[in-house]
Design a protein around this ligand. Structure first.
Ligand SMILES: *Cc1c(COP(=O)(O)O)cnc(C)c1O
Length: 374
């Protein structure tokens, strides 16, 4: 595959969970100004919403609602819009993003129940079923598809079946899944899924996305205690005149439109998943071969981001390792796991198997050289 990316002199390859290394046409799409109330930008927004629905598997009865802000804004809007004031949300937690939804729901004044398991453990659908059977007050379940904290893949279809079986609403943080992993809200009977411009869609940051069931939107009118996060109002705005309620990040929207074309050109989410999977395989097995132990069991690993334990060698410094990789042109992430020091290597964005091999060689060189003195 040819790559169309170009780096500035100092831009490293971002092996992070977003912002990501983007394709040159995505960045070039930002080089013009748009009047947000003009016909051409309205057409761009309409087209964008259609393309987002296509990525979601063209579900009937669903609407794509872009929202200004990062992914967190979309997740918070989803919870604020769908969980009613008198409702109770069961949040499934095995990492930071699950915990963040607990925090959001509490701040919004919603009653919260938490089902928490370890950061290396997928949520068991049987436990979700059990929790719903025991607590009839639960109206909504909030789940994370890929817990980017570790890179863990939750069994979202099983969780969805458990929630549907008990007749509750399902809200999914699909941030680091949407655009690569199969993420079809209708098949999961999800009322809404949240995503963003800058993860597997490979746009630039600045737009959150919620794909929501229109019937759920209609029954949720008036739930949201926030004006700017109200997805019902945001949806009505688009439906009424095709416009964003408040100033849209026009260049980001244009970049996302181009990014969605590149996703389609690549072959859609299945082809992107195949690329990420190959990249992830090379990184995981390559670093494992160098003595770096992955945090997750292979069965629980999504091909999105991989968490590693540092070398047990006392002379190994994570900060030094990070800095030396940056000198070699690769940005990795310090750990987010709460219980143990780790580092993370992202597989998403304009990263190709050849890059993954170069990265493994760079790690090998650094480990061989040992800790930099001074
Ligand atoms: C990245 C991410 C978010 C938050 O996105 P921001 O753009 O940083 O606000 C939420 N949930 C998951 C699972 C993520 O990976």
């Amino acid at each position: 595959m040819t790559t169309s990316r170009q780096y500035g002199a100092d831009a490293p390859l971002l092996l992070t969970p977003g912002p990501l290394t983007t394709a040159a046409p995505v960045r070039s799409a930002m080089l013009r100004d748009w009047g947000s109330r003009e016909a051409d930008f309205i057409a761009l927004t309409t087209r964008l919403r259609e393309k987002l629905l296509a990525v979601a598997g063209q579900p009937t009865g669903y609407a794509a609602i872009p929202l200004q802000g990062s992914g967190t804004f979309a997740v918070e809007a989803m919870i604020a819009t769908f969980v009613p004031g008198g409702g109770k949300v069961l949040v499934l937690v095995n990492g930071s993003y699950g915990r963040r939804m607990v925090d959001m729901a509490r701040r919004l004044g919603r009653t919260v129940s938490v089902l928490e398991v370890g950061e290396d453990t997928p949520v068991d659908p049987a436990r979700v079923d059990d929790a719903l059977a025991r607590d009839k007050a639960i109206t909504d379940v909030a789940a994370v598809h890929v817990e980017t904290t570790s890179g863990l893949l939750n069994p979202i279809d099983g969780i969805a079946a458990a929630v549907a079986g008990r007749g509750r609403r399902l809200l999914i943080d699909a941030m680091s899944a949407f655009g690569a992993l199969a993420c079809y809200p209708d098949r999961m009977n999800a009322s809404a899924i949240a995503a963003s411009s800058n993860k597997c869609l490979e746009g630039v940051p600045g737009v959150g996305i919620v794909i929501a069931a229109e019937d759920a939107l209609r029954t949720s009118a008036g739930h949201c205690p926030s004006l700017s996060l109200d997805l019902c109002d945001q949806w009505r705005g688009f439906e009424q005149n095709g416009q964003w309620r408040f100033t849209p990040p026009v260049q980001v929207v244009a970049a996302l439109d181009t990014a969605l074309d590149l996703l389609a050109d690549e072959g859609g989410p299945p082809a992107r998943l195949a690329r990420y999977s190959e990249t992830a395989r090379i990184i995981r097995s390559g670093l494992e071969g160098l003595g770096l132990r992955p945090f997750l069991a292979p069965d629980h690993q999504a091909p999105i981001i991989i968490t590693f334990h540092p070398l047990e060698d006392r002379s190994f410094s994570l900060i030094d390792f990070h800095d030396r990789l940056l000198d070699a042109g690769f940005a990795i992430y310090p750990g987010k796991i709460t219980t143990t020091p780790t580092f993370r290597v992202g597989c998403i964005g304009q990263v190709f198997p050849t890059d993954a091999r170069r990265f493994v060689r760079a790690v090998e060189t650094i480990l061989r050289a040992g800790k930099r003195k001074g």
